[in-house]
Ligand binder design. Sequence first.
Ligand code: 26V
Length: 789
Amino acid sequence: MKTDILNRLKYSLGKDAENASTYDWRIAVSLVLRDQMVETWFQSTKETYEASPKRVYYLSMEFLIGRLIEDMISNLRMEDTVKAAIAELGQDYNTIVHDEPDAALGNGGLGRLAACFMDSLATLGIPAFGYGIRYEHGLFEQSFAQGQQVEKPETWLTQRHAWEFERPEARYRIGFGGHVEHHEGKAHWHPGEVVMATAHDTPVVGWKGEWGNTLRLWSAEPAKEFDLESFNRGDYLAAGRSEALARTISRVLYPDDTTESGKELRLKQEYFFTAASLMDLLRRYLKDHDDIRALPDYVAIQLNDTHPAIAGPELVRILVDEHAIPMDEAIPLARKCLAYTNHTLLPEALERWSEHLMGRILPRHLEIIRAIEHAHQTEFPDSPRILEHGDVRMGELAFIMTHKVNGVSALHTELVKETVFADLHRIHPTRIINQTNGITPRRWLYGCNPSLRHLITDTIGEDWVADLEQLTALKSKRDDAAFIEAFTASKRENKVNLSNWISETMGVTLDPDAMFDVQIKRIHEYKRQLMNLLETVALWNDMRDNPNADWTPRVKIFGGKAAPGYFVAKDIIRLINDVAHVINTDPVTDDKLKIVYPPNYNVTMAERLIPAADLSEQISTAGKEASGTGNMKFALNGALTIGTLDGANVEIRDHVGSENFFLFGLTAQEVMERRTHHGYSRAAIEASPRLQRVLGQIAEGRFAPHDPSRYHGLVGMLYDHDYFLVTCDFDSYFDTQRRADTAYRNPANWAAMALVNTASMGWFSSDRTIKGYARDIWGAKSVTQAKLE
Ligand code: 26V
C-alpha cells in the first residue's frame, strides 16, 4: 500500500513525498483505492455480460453522494491497511479523509435516497447504472452574514475528482428546438441546436467489494462539428450561442426552488440527461439483442420523480421514428420498461411545463405527448388530462407512461391514491404501490458511528452490516446494565467529539451531558423549524421565570439551507440566528440552554451530527413529509424521535414501539379538517398564553432590538394564514418536549429506549427497499446471489 501510494504520488501527481500537500496525498490514496475497485468492477461487468440479466437504470437529476473515500475504504475492507500505510508515511489519516469535498449533486432527501440506492444495488449484486448530471457546481455553499443566509457557488470540480473515469467514447448528440417534418407517415425532427453529452463514470462498489456498478454522469459540451458548420456559413452568433448553451446545461444544480426563474434551462437539463441515458442503454441493449420488442425483458428504467419523465415520450419517439414501430404498439412497449417514484405532494413541486415552451424546445415530443394523451383518452374517456390549461403536467404524463407508480412511505402512498392521482388511481387501480424508503447502514451506521459500530460488532458479530435485521438481537440487551453503560458511553463519546468540533468551528461551548436535540433538513415551512424555535423561546422564558428549578439542560442544533428564492424560509433562518445570539449570551440560562446553527449543512455534517443526537426532530405538518430519511438515520444511531404521524415516522413508531417514541400533534386527517375552521390559528394562539408571550416578544423586537419590526411578517403570517398549523400543534409539542425532559433525567431508561430504537431499525435498510423495487417493479435479480443458489 505504501509503495502504491508513493508511486501514485510520483507518476500521477508528479510529486515526491517531501513536497506533497494534503491534497496530493489524498488524490494519491484515492487513486490507489480506485485501482483496487476496478478489479471488482471489471469482474461484475464480465459476469453481467455472461448472465445477460435484466439491468436496472436509475434516472435521477440528483445524486447526493457526499465524500467517497471512507465508503471505498470500508466497502473494500481496507481500514487497517490504509490507516497503517498513511501513518507510516508520516501523514494524518483524518486530515486526508477530511480534505475531500462533498459531491453535493443534490438538494436533500431525493438525492440522498438515490445515493443510498446505488450503495444497496451494488451490495445486493443487482446489475445497475445510475444516470444523472455531472454538475460543475453542486448545491450552493451557505454562510451567514448578520444571521442571514448568503449563497456562494459550490466548486467541487475545481479539484480533480479522483474517483471518475472520463469516457470519451460514450458521447451522444442531444438536439433541441428546430422543427418537425412529416413525409409519408414518418416524422423527421430537425433540431435547431445540438449539444454533446459525454459520460463520466464513477464505480460504485458494494459491501466487501463483491460487486461493482456504475454511476454515469453526463456533462454537456459543444458539438464541435455543428459549430464549425455555422461558423463557416459566417453565422458566428449561432456558433457562439450553441457553445454557450452547451456549457450552461451541466453548469449548475437547481436549488429546489419555488421561483419561476430559469425554467427553460431546467427543461433542457431534464431532456439532456434523459435522452443521453436512453441512447446509452439502447446502444448497450442493441449490441446483444436484435429484437427491440424484447426490451422490457432486459431493461427496467426507474424515474426518480418527474424530473426524467420526458423519458416516456423520448422512448416512444425512438421506437416510432427510429425503429418504425407503430405508435399504438410503441406506447405500451415503452410503458413496460418504465416506472415512476413520486416524492412529494406539495403542489408547488409538481412539475408543469407550458405547451408553448415544450413545443419550442422539444417539438417532436409535444406531438408525441398529444398522441399519448389521445390514446389514453380514447381508452379512458373520463381520464384526467396530461395537457391542461396550456400546460403539460409531468405527474400525469409519468403516471400514464409507466407500469408502476410508487410512493415512498405507507402514509404517503395512501395520500397519493387519495389526492394527486385519485382519478388516475380509479382508472388504474393496481398501478400505485408503496416502497417505503430506506438508508444504507454502511454509511449511516458503520461509517459515521465507529464507536457504536464496534460495540455492535463485538456483541453480535459483523453480519448486520449487510443484513440489518440482525440488530434485533440487541433487544435482549436492554436489561443488561453493562451493555447499557457501554451504549451510553458510545453516545457520550460522539457528543464530546461534536462538542469539540462546535467549539473549534463556532466558538460555542457545549455541555456533553445536556440533551442534544437536532433538526437537520432543508428549511421549509412544512418542516416547521419555526415551531421548534418558538418552543425553544418558550422554554427559555420558563427557565428565566424559575431559574433555580431542576431543568434538563438542552442544546438545540439546527442545520439546513433555504432555497435562494424562498423568502419565508430565509426569514426563519435569520430568526434562528437572532434568537441564538440572545439566548447564548444570557447568563441566567448559560448552563441550561444553547442554540447552535452551524452553516453549510451537508452530508458530511450529517455524519457528524446524527451519531451525537439524543433527540431527533421530525415535526412536519402531518401529510406533508412524503417519507423522511433523516428520521431513520437518527433512530438507527440511537436517538429518540419527537415527531408527528407523518411520512415514515408512522412506520418507525410501529417498529420501535409507541413507548419509545415521543408522538404529538394533529393527524393528516385532522390537519385537513382543521383547515376548514375559520380563524383556526388565531383561536389556537388565543388559547395558548405561552405561545402568545413568545409571539409578542418576537413581534416587539426582543431578538432584533435595532430593527424591531423585522419579524412582523412572520408573526402576522402565524396569526392570519398559518397553513402548516404551527400554532395548532404548538402546545402539544411543548408538552411532549417536557415529557422528553423528564425521560432524559433517567439516563439508564433513556439509553434502554434508545437501544430499542437502534435494535428495531433493521427494516429501514435501503437493502430491504431495493429488494422491494426489484421484486415488485423491476423483475430484476441479483447476480451474486444467483451464483450462491
Ligand atoms: C423539486 C424541484 C423543483 C424545481 C427545482 C429543483 C427541484 C428539486 C427537487 C424537487 C422536489 C424534491 C422532492 C423531494 O426531495 N422529496 C423528498 O424525497 C425524499 C425521498 O423520498 C423524502 O424522504 C422526503 O420526505 C421528500 O420531501
